[in-house]
Design a protein around this ligand. Structure first.
Ligand code: CIR
Length: 313
């Protein structure tokens, strides 16, 4: 039984296998519409969601399975012993997808669960977003060893994307002047650097040098500068304004992208006028929506693998 948190628990061949299976299911939806008949997925949210909620619930239905969704605030996880509650869930379903605020909760689920647990985005990793990003890059370039330049906050999305790009033999460039509080330390980034497939760009990189990297990569990627659990929190307002002030020079704008055919990716929700300008967002929206739709397709490949234990369907 496997959980899904850091891709370090997987091999590159396993990740490619999941993505190729996802692509096969996407191209032959009808042929796979009963593969998970009788199987059940529990989805649990401590944070807000659009894509994670829809993609997992509809994806499970499209495979013939059923899903049961609950909000953390309506659950009894807050008032009881976590391990025994998690074990109880496993008596009912074949897989759990949880979106929790802190990696400690994700680990609490993974340590106790008798069925696979998928991290649906905590403060450290966002593996299913990275699988969808890689599926989209594979569809658009025809290969897995892609080059990505991420400009934005160092966060959950960045960590998982960096893991998958480096593991599949591509090149990850990061320009991340601000770092969210996370459950990984310097050793995580040292490990990425040691692969030879990961490079952090200096905050004071010149526009000219940055544009050279933009022209070299397959895609420029950005994400919100402020994670969802803080976005509308009044106690965080002052910090949020500070982060915006610090990050504004790193906005993805038309000047940065000028003269290239480099794609722009965003995991959504988008905040035009902050991490990306309105015009660049509009110009690349179809690609971004392909990426968002691929959450469902990538997760279908993953669910089949986790629940059946097989990739060669
Ligand atoms: N598509 C998504 O699932 N988006 C997640 C947003 C990630 C962002 N770093 C956040 O934690 O709010």
């Amino acid at each position: 039984m496997k959980h899904v948190n850091s891709f370090a628990d997987y091999t590159a061949d396993e990740l490619k296998g999941i993505l190729l299976l996802a692509e096969k299911i996407k191209q032959n939806q009808q042929a796979f519409s009963h593969l998970l008949d009788g199987k059940k997925l529990y989805t649990l949210f401590e944070k807000t969601s659009n894509r994670t909620y829809l993609s997992f619930n509809i994806g499970m239905e499209e495979l013939g399975g059923k899903s049961y969704n609950q909000l953390w605030k309506d659950s009894n996880f807050t008032i009881g012993d976590l391990p025994s509650e998690v074990k109880y869930v496993g008596r009912n379903v074949d897989c759990i997808m949880g979106r929790f605020k802190k990696s400690e909760t994700t680990h609490g689920f993974m340590d106790a669960s008798i069925v696979p647990v998928i991290n649906g985005c905590d403060n450290t990793f966002h593996p299913t977003q990275a699988l969808a990003d890689m599926l989209t890059l594979y569809e658009k370039t025809g290969h897995f060893d892609v080059k990505v330049l991420y400009i934005g906050a160092k966060n959950n999305t960045y960590n998982s994307l960096s893991e998958i790009v480096t593991m599949l033999g591509g090149k990850m460039y990061g320009l991340t002047p601000f770092s969210q509080v996370m459950g990984v330390g310097d050793e995580f980034y040292e490990g990425l650097k040691a692969t030879g497939h990961y490079e952090e760009l200096p905050d004071n990189i010149s526009k000219e040098d940055l544009k050279k990297v933009v022209a070299e990569v397959d895609c420029v990627y950005t994400d919100t500068w402020v994670d969802m659990e803080f976005f509308t929190n009044p106690d965080y307002a002052e910090k949020k304004n500070k982060i915006i002030g610090m990050m504004m020079p790193y906005q993805i704008d038309a000047d940065l992208m000028a003269g290239t055919d480099t794609m722009v990716f965003h995991d959504m929700p988008i905040h035009p006028g902050y991490e990306i300008t309105q015009d660049v967002m509009e110009q690349h929206l179809e690609t971004i929506l392909d990426e968002a739709e691929n959450r469902r397709h990538a997760e279908k490949g993953l669910l089949v693998y986790l629940i059946t234990g097989k990739l060669d369907w």
